[in-house]
Design a protein around this ligand. Structure first.
Ligand SMILES: Nc1ncnc2c1ncn2[C@@H]1O[C@H](COP(=O)(O)OP(=O)(O)OP(=O)(O)O)[C@@H](O)[C@H]1O
Ligand SMILES: [Mg+2]
Length: 259
């Protein structure tokens, strides 16, 4: 069974149809890269998957859990949406760390709030020590265990982004999404962040990465979606997309992006 199944997702802003029946699925441990020109709907798709926007129709299923069915208004209740957010993590282009908290504070704050949610849902409770230990382990994984007491303003952009990644992982999302995680970084810092994301793949994380980094998409993704004008114009392996693009829009996009 696919880990994620998205069917005929549509999203309107006013009269404008920004997602026009988007369907795809992912297996556990897969890395999906989403490429496409500005305004094609990449961020909107990620925001619908993370329940920061509510799609107008279609469905979203993670494993056995039907998270969204546009035909049933019950799926749009705020308690349901809050619970659905636990299935996904999202790392933004602009890090969005809390400036008033240390690195450790940034990691543990969201986890403590979620622990409360989890307690409500399952009755189980994770202690502060357990939360801290998970945070230390994740900081180690992104190469920043020596920075746990630093404040975000004391870190480079690349380090801040790695903290943001560790913070997203604290909530143990089933699917971790990235929206252009390196576009605010210079090339050297981009490399260190991409290295961390690539490392997560070997940790069996299921990830969706919206990116302009074509080399990264080609080398790390198992599958690539090319979006144009709110639809999946083409989907395939990196080899199919880069070596044998079928759609003229994709061909011209790649010509611009690679030359
Ligand atoms: N909150 C909103 N209200 C109205 N229109 C919106 C809103 N958010 C996005 N749009 C429109 O939806 C379309 C898709 O936007 P989206 O941000 O998903 O594109 P994108 O592929 O992520 O682009 P980029 O590569 O520039 O980040 C655009 O035409 C945009 O203007
Ligand atoms: Mg975007």
């Amino acid at each position: 069974m696919a880990l994620l199944e998205v069917k005929e997702l549509k999203k309107y802003f006013g009269d404008t149809e920004v997602l026009k029946s988007v369907s795809f699925s992912m297996e556990r441990g897969e890395v999906l890269a989403i490429i496409g020109s500005s305004g094609s709907g990449k961020t909107t798709l990620l925001r619908c998957l993370n329940f920061l926007e509510t799609a107008n129709s279609g469905s979203i299923r993670v494993g056995e859990h039907l998270l969204f069915d546009g035909d049933d208004p019950a799926f749009k209740s705020s308690s349901r949406i809050r619970r659905n957010r636990l299935f996904f993590g999202l790392v933004f282009q602009s890090f969005n760390l809390f400036p008033q908290y240390t690195v450790l504070g940034n990691l543990t704050l969201a986890a403590r709030l979620s622990a409360k949610d989890q307690t409500k849902i399952t009755g189980e409770h994770e202690s502060i020590d357990e939360i801290n230990n998970r945070a230390y382990a994740l900081l180690e994984r992104v190469g920043l265990s020596h920075k746990c007491d630093a404040y975000p303003c004391e870190l480079s952009g690349g380090q801040q982004q790695r903290v943001a990644i560790a913070r997203a992982l604290m909530l143990t999302p089933d699917i971790l999404c990235f929206d252009e995680p390196t576009s605010a970084l210079d090339p050297e810092l981009t490399k260190e962040v991409l290295r961390v994301i690539r490392g997560l793949k070997s940790g069996d994380n299921t990830m969706i990465v919206v990116t302009h980094e074509m080399e990264f998409a080609r080398n790390v993704a198992d599958k690539i979606i090319f979006m144009a004008n709110g639809i999946i114009e083409e989907i395939g392996t990196p080899e199919a997309i880069f070596e044998h693009p079928q759609s003229p829009i994709l061909q011209s996009f790649l010509n611009n992006a690679l030359n």
